[in-house]
Structure formats: structure tokens, C-alpha cells
Design a binder for this molecule. Structure first.
Ligand code: 3UK
Length: 544
């Protein structure tokens, strides 16, 4: 069945006994043996007579219809196959900020039956090298401005046969090559279970892990969370900050809008101010970003009245990547009258599997299980725990974890279930309440304390712009709760604020959870996807 001539991906799948169980219970998840997800999402739209709909927009007036994107993707696919010798199953690294050309490259790779390996723009030569090695990357397409670090990594890796740059006006650039090729392409008839994406985890420690996703996984993701929770319409305009190299961004800013024929705005720069300005300029209706970005944008969103309830365009707001503090949900609601749609997803699962729409959102809970998935909470022996008891989150559905050639597969998948590494409890109504990452759980004098709960309480205080909580070793209590605080401008860091914040937490949640130590910082360590790096704070603490 496979179309792959280069069998690297298939040869490095986890052994079948270590793979998760896959569920295809929804009628919309019945897949034929042959499936190319790019054809489903792009060619079919044009075949259906909707080629003139607007697909991609970007600053500077760029506007591509579905037909335009198809033409560009087909030309690039021809370059890959006829000039660069790509064969089905080859791995093609993609490097660039979010842009229409990056999207066209992604579709070109998939159409050619190859495997897209999108990478975060901020990665350096060392990290790119690890990805080239792990994925045994054969080709790369790179935004010219980001070429330097990639060239450095490729220099010592002869297995990378070709690097082509886009945004490159020279004769050797991708655009010149595209001009030599037709805008028609013979799509490769890939198997539904051919790998088409290697997504590297934004993991915190150790060598990066490559998760493998099939053509059918991409379409399954488009048929679970979007139609059941987000419910986008063809006239929606998507916008947001996550990079296409992060599956949160790939789904939310490219695949999901295209799955309903909507349009999407791809931004190279996404600071809170830039995002606010772009929402206004493009009259965006659906926003995808991380909790900290909602917090940072709230006042600007209020002042510029960007939400539909206040006369602007914005209708739906999605948060994922890390826990959404109840304080941030309330702040955004107050500023915009929009209830955020929270959802937990993971690179291993491709996208969101527990979530709640704006009508069913409950502050403090992530939501209920997304149709197509099952979730449960278990103890250390993987036995299901009673309602209300904190334990480990396990999920299964049409997508699931396959690490490429990695012994850590056994940690994530056991008995067919995917273990995300999160501590949760489920309430009597089936809502899942996030507690912490399992390795971020603080145990102080015998009490289990989830760092996010303390952060949540601190963020309700007007002097706190951002904060992070960790457990630090303590002679007497085993661990104590320590908070790192970025004060809001106009509030002075010092002893007085320390005791004020401590008292505030004691009044807000159970007093034993209050931070016995507080340190003020100008900023907090975060990943490129906006995740707090608590481990760096732990390192900083133990290093002192
Ligand atoms: C944490 C959350 C609480 C959680 C992701 C949406 O974040 C994504 O993927 P990653 O592989 O990280 C997965 C881990 O991040 N997390 C994510 N969302 C939430 N914790 N509430 C949330 N809403 O620890 C999870 O295990 O980087 C998110 C879609 C696609 C993604 N890849």
C-alpha cells in the first residue's frame, strides 16, 4: 500500500506492541486505504469550484486564493521532484516564520509524498543539527533571512542533498526555480498510513523527540476538535501567534481554516501589539494564542475594542499550550466579552483532545473530552481512580504517540493509552481539571501542591504581571513553594510586596499553599511556544 520509496519513516516506527490503540468510532473517521491530506485540504477545494475563495493573507497586501496556493504548491512540488530529486518518503526540512510561502512549501512536500519537518525559526545550528540527524533529513526549504544557522548545520551533514531558499531573488532561489515549472502536479497517491509530518516536541530536557503523523492523522484532527468545539464557518478569518512548526499552529492557523474553506492570516511577527494591530487590520474573527499572550493583550484589546461584542471583528478565542489561569480567562472576558475556548493538546496527539466551547467553559477546568477521544485518570499502577481524585491523564483516539526510533515511547504509551505527563482530576460532570505537569507537582510537608494553582492565585493580585511557582528543597518540609514574580509597572519589588502577596495567597486558597519564598524578576524563561520553563528556575535555584 505504501507510496514510500524511501522507507526511513516506516522502518523507524515504534514496534506495534508499543503503539497506542487508535479509535475510529466517529462516522467521519472512516478512511480509504489511499489518502493524501494535501489533496483533501487543497486540491479538493478547487475541484469543488471554490478555488476563488480567499485562503491566505499576510501583511503588505498579499492575498492568495485557494487556486493561487494550489498553483504555488504545485510549482514547488515540481521543483522538489524534478530539480531536487525528492522521492516519496524523503524528509524535507522547512524553516521560516509563518508566511504564505512557508505554507505553500508545506503543501508541496505533502503532495510529493515526502515528509514535512517544520522547524521553529529561533532554532540555532546545534538544534537544527539534532533535527537533521534524528529525521535523516534529505532536503531543506528555508526562508533566506534564516539561512545562516541552517547552512552551518548542513555543512557537516552530507546526507542533506539540497537546500533551496525562498524570499530569494537570485537565479538560484526557489522562486526562480518555481517560474521554470508548471502549476500542475501529479499528486502522489500516498497510503492513509504513510507518515507525512515529523513534529519535534518542544520538550524541556534531553534530545528532541520526533513524533510521526500519518496523512489520516491530519484529516482526523480536522474532523474532531474543529467541528465539535470550535465550529468555524467558511467566512471566518483565522489569525494567531503559534508557529506552523508547532502542531498547535499548523492545525489552528493552516489546516483547520482550510478544512472549512475559510481564510487565515499568516504573520511573521506576533508580539501582543502586532497581533492586536493585525486583528484590526484583517478583521480577524478567530484567534489562536497562548495564555500569556491573552494576559499581555487584554488592556490593548479593551482599548481598541477588537471584539465583536464591542463593535470589532473578533468572535472566538482559543488558548492552548499551557494552563489557562482562571484570572486570565476573567481578565480577557472583562476586556472583550469573549469567553476563551481552552483546550489541551500535545505534539504527540497532534492537536486538542480535551476542551470546552465558549458556552460550556468552566473557569479552572480545561473542558470535557473531545468527540473521537477517550480520557481517564489513573494512579501510579495505571488503575482508574474515583471521580475527584488527582491522578495521571491518559488518552486515546484517532491520533496518538509514535516517537521515531526512541526508547521514550514506553514512557508515553502503555497498554494502548497515551500518557501526557499531566496531573488532572475529573469531576462528576466529566470536566477535566488541570493540576500540574507530573514533574512540577510540589510536595511540601506531605501536601501535594500544583504550581499552577498558586500561580493562579498570585495572578489575581494587581501587582503581578507574570509569575512562576516551583518547589525548592527544604530541610524541614521536603520542599517549599517558591514564587518568581514579574511586578506590573508602578509596583515596587521589596519586602512589603512579599508579605502582601503571601497574605493575599493565604486569603485566596488554602493557606498551606502560600509561597514561603518569593523572588522578583524582570522576565520569566519561556519556550518559543510560550511555555513557562519551570525547570530553568529550578536549575537557577539549585545553582545558587
Ligand atoms: C501542556 C496544557 C494545560 C500539557 C499543543 C494544543 O501544547 C501543545 O503541545 P506540546 O507538545 O505540549 C503538551 C503539554 O502542554 N498543555 C497544553 N495545553 C494545555 N496544559 N492546559 C492546556 N490547555 O502539559 C501537555 O501535556 O508543546 C497544544 C495543540 C497542539 C499542541 N501540540
Amino acid at each position: 500500500m505504501t507510496s514510500h520509496v524511501d522507507t526511513f519513516a516506516r522502518d523507524h516506527l515504534p514496534p506495534s506492541e508499543l503503539q497506542p490503540e487508535f479509535l475510529f468510532e466517529l462516522p467521519s473517521l472512516q478512511f480509504p486505504p489511499h489518502l493524501n491530506c494535501a489533496v483533501e485540504l487543497l486540491d479538493q477545494r478547487v475541484v469543488a469550484g471554490e478555488g476563488d475563495r480567499i485562503c491566505l493573507r499576510a501583511p503588505g497586501g498579499l492575498c492568495w486564493t485557494y487556486r493561487d496556493l494550489l498553483g504555488h504548491a504545485n510549482r514547488i512540488a515540481n521543483v522538489l521532484v524534478h530539480e531536487l530529486g525528492v522521492v516519496p518518503g524523503n524528509r524535507v526540512l522547512l524553516r521560516g516564520p509563518n508566511s504564505p510561502m512557508l505554507a505553500a512549501c508545506w503543501f508541496a512536500v505533502i503532495k510529493a509524498g515526502a515528509i514535512a519537518v517544520a522547524t521553529m525559526p529561533l532554532l540555532r545550528a546545534k538544534e537544527l543539527g539534532q533535527i537533521l540527524d534524528k529525521g535523516r533529513v534529505t532536503h531543506a526549504l528555508c526562508a533566506r533571512a534564516l539561512r545562516g544557522e541552517l547552512d552551518e548545520a548542513v555543512a557537516t551533514r552530507p546526507f542533506v542533498a539540497h537546500v533551496r531558499c525562498f524570499g530569494d531573488p537570485s537565479a538560484g532561489g526557489l522562486e526562480a526555480a518555481m517560474a521554470r515549472q508548471p502549476d500542475q502536479f501529479d499528486n502522489v497517491a500516498t497510503a492513509a498510513d504513510d507518515t507525512c509530518v515529523l513534529a519535534f516536541t518542544s520538550g524541556t530536557t534531553g534530545l528532541p523527540k520526533a513524533t510521526m503523523h500519518f496523512h489520516r492523522d491530519i484529516i482526523a484532527a480536522c474532523r474532531c476538535w474543529p467541528p465539535h468545539v470550535l465550529r468555524p464557518q467558511p467566512d471566518d478569518v483565522f489569525i494567531g501567534s503559534p508557529p506552523l512548526a508547532f502542531t498547535f499552529g499548523l492545525g489552528g492557523l493552516l489546516l483547520f481554516p482550510m478544512s472549512v474553506g475559510a481564510s487565515t492570516v499568516l504573520l511573521e511577527q506576533v508580539s501582543p501589539q502586532q497581533l492586536l494591530a493585525a486583528i484590526r487590520e484583517f478583521r480577524a474573527t478567530i484567534l489562536f494564542t497562548a495564555p500569556t499572550s491573552y494576559r499581555a493583550m487584554a488592556e490593548g484589546a479593551r482599548d481598541s475594542r477588537i471584539s465583536a461584542p464591542h463593535g470589532g471583528s473578533l468572535v472566538k478565542c482559543v488558548s492552548a499550550g499551557e494552563v489557562l489561569p482562571a484570572a486570565t480567562r476573567a481578565l480577557w472576558k472583562d476586556a472583550t466579552d469573549i469567553e476563551i475556548i481552552d483546550g489541551i493538546g500535545a505534539t504527540e496527539m497532534f492537536h486538542i483532545f480535551i476542551s470546552a466551547d465558549e458556552a460550556h467553559a468552566r473557569p479552572g477546568a480545561t473542558g470535557t473530552v473531545v468527540p473521537g477521544y477517550r480520557a481517564r485518570i489513573v494512579d501510579e499502577e495505571d488503575r482508574e481512580v474515583p471521580t475527584g481524585t488527582v491522578g495521571r491523564l491518559a488518552v486515546k483516539g484517532p491520533t496518538g504517540c509514535r516517537y521515531l526510533d526512541d526508547s521514550r515511547q514506553r514512557n508515553y504509551v502503555r497498554d494502548g493509552w497515551n500518557y501526557t505527563g499531566d496531573a488532572y482530576y475529573m469531576d462528576a460532570d466529566g470536566y477535566f481539571h488541570y493540576q500540574s505537569r507530573l514533574d512540577d507537582m510540589i510536595i511540601s510537608a506531605g501536601y501535594n501542591i500544583g504550581a499552577p494553582e498558586v500561580e493562579d492565585a498570585l495572578m489575581l493580585h494587581p501587582a503581578v504581571a507574570e509569575c512562576a511557582v516551583i518547589g525548592v528543597p527544604d530541610q524541614e518540609r521536603g520542599q517549599i513553594v517558591k514564587a518568581f514574580i514579574v511586578p506590573r509597572s508602578g509596583h515596587e519589588a521589596g519586602e512589603q510586596l512579599v508579605s502582601e502577596l503571601q497574605d493575599f495567597v493565604k486569603r485566596t486558597i488554602a493557606p498551606y499553599k502560600y509561597p514561603r519564598a518569593i523572588e522578583f524578576r524582570e522576565s520569566l524563561p519561556r519556550t518559543e511556544t510560550g511555555k513557562l520553563q519551570r525547570f530553568r528556575l529550578r536549575e537557577a535555584h539549585s545553582g545558587r
